[in-house]
Design a protein around this ligand. Structure first.
Ligand SMILES: NC(=O)c1ccc[n+]([C@@H]2O[C@H](COP(=O)([O-])OP(=O)(O)OC[C@H]3O[C@@H](n4cnc5c(N)ncnc54)[C@H](OP(=O)(O)O)[C@@H]3O)[C@@H](O)[C@H]2O)c1
Length: 228
């Protein structure tokens, strides 16, 4: 089984790559930072430098690669476009959407995946959280397009895995103390009693990749965030 994970050199993507590689899959991870790519290669993954927002490079990458089994899209522009709507520039909200929605769609369009495409969206897509218009717009659109894409790309399956708060470097924009206080408060509000790990989400991605009767679905992996 050959799997491509775009945004696979850290966080959720890397945990998924490790999990699938331990099952015996050949995993190709992509990212932009050379040190992360080197670390992934040292861990036995095939690592290729590729900016997921660079359409020319992404098209050339998939052309070179030819057919493979599964595509996982796990990159994002990070915490851009966050903040109360009246204090947030539309350009930043645009960057949140353009840095994730269109690159995910472009990759899904170009990739010669024969088995499945899995998007990593976010629980903010379905929540009423203040300051989250940018992330909700990007991830809400991604979750909405899963079902028509599953129809368009059939028999290739298309799903999204939708994490809640996951302890990864995505949160490194917050100083350690603030991040830890925020995670403690969030943990107390969740049925699961803790924030997620990258491995929690990797396990769900592994499931949808292997579940041959599951397509057009959004799988929340959020510790109960959306029911709390
Ligand atoms: N962490 C959370 O709480 C959380 C919650 C809900 C949803 N999510 C979603 O889950 C996904 C993964 O997040 P994460 O927490 O694992 O983030 P992360 O730890 O910051 O990892 C992001 C990965 O994507 C790569 N990347 C970033 N921009 C890229 C680009 N333009 N092209 C190619 N690769 C790129 C990064 O490497 P380089 O920077 O070296 O390129 C890294 O490998 C994202 O879509 C995020 O929105 C995360």
């Amino acid at each position: 089984m050959r799997v491509v994970i775009m945004g696979g050199t850290a966080g959720i993507g890397l945990a998924t790559a490790r999990r699938l590689a331990s099952d015996g899959a050949e995993v190709i991870v992509t990212g932009r930072t050379q040190e992360r790519l080197d670390a992934a290669a040292a861990a036995g993954l095939t690592a290729e430098r590729l900016d997921g927002t660079d359409e020319e490079a992404v098209a050339a990458f998939f052309e070179r690669l030819g057919e493979f089994d599964h595509l996982v899209l796990a990159f994002s522009p990070g915490p851009v476009g966050m903040g109360p709507i009246r204090e947030t520039k539309i350009a930043d909200i645009r960057a949140a959407v353009e840095g994730k929605l269109f690159p995910y769609l472009f990759a899904a369009q170009q990739a010669r995946a024969t088995g499945s495409v899995t998007f990593v969206s976010a629980a903010s897509a379905r929540a009423a959280l203040g300051g989250m218009v940018g992330l909700s717009a990007a991830n809400g659109a991604i979750e909405r397009v899963v079902s028509p894409l599953a129809a368009d790309l059939a028999p290739v399956r298309v799903n999204a895995v939708s994490p809640g708060v996951v302890d990864t470097e995505w949160w490194s924009f917050l100083p350690e103390e603030q991040r830890s206080a925020q995670f403690t408060a969030i943990s107390a509000s969740l049925p699961a009693g803790r924030v997620g790990t990258a491995e929690d989400v990797a396990e769900a991605i592994r499931y949808v990749i292997g579940a041959t009767y599951v397509t057009g679905t959004v799988l929340p992996v959020d510790g109960g965030f959306t029911v709390a």
